[in-house]
Write a protein that binds this ligand. Sequence first.
Ligand SMILES: [Zn+2]
Length: 220
Amino acid sequence: MRTPLLLLAGTLVLSGCNDLISPPRVAGYEYRLFEARDGGGVDTLAFRWPRQELPVRFWVAPDNDLRVHLATAITRWEDAFLYGEWRGTIVDDSSAADIHVFNRPPSAGDAPSNLRRLESMAPECRGAYDFSTNAASTVLIRPMRLYVWPRVLGDAPNLDRCYSITTTHEVGHALGIFEHSPSNADVMFSDPTLDGLSVQDRATAELLYHQRITITPGPR
Ligand SMILES: [Zn+2]
């Protein structure tokens, strides 16, 4: 009996050392936006909120169904960071907000010039994210806009869950994750099903908040 026990102990020690030497590495996914330039070539757009702009201010109507999901989404993304690199809050004055959140589809009146729009689709609801810049794509025009709205009539059983998933996804865009993850295990997948953040989502946000950016926020 002694030898197998010793071998087992040896195996456990080795396994522990391996864990210390090679922690699981998560690279994250692409968060930058690549745009074709008018005269040819490609522009790489990268954005994150500078520390002096924190907490980022979200506005949603006080009695709106999305409010609770927005609060959850903000907490989820805040928890992705070790050192508070990103923080958000909900404000009641829309004119003091960096980001407006709507429980409806985008309308024609929402489309300023030089607009980018990313859409997501889950079975019960849809989401969209709009941001605009100056012509040189170097200055963000506030506010950004997030939209989450139902694809089904009435109180579908999974609508609440869809709101939770899609609001978290759209807030991920508002952080500066401009691309969709290629993996359906991530909330930033274009057709997300994860109600929360994956290890990859967290790693991507962390990475983004320690990289060089090309767009800075303009005046509020
Ligand atoms: Zn999206």
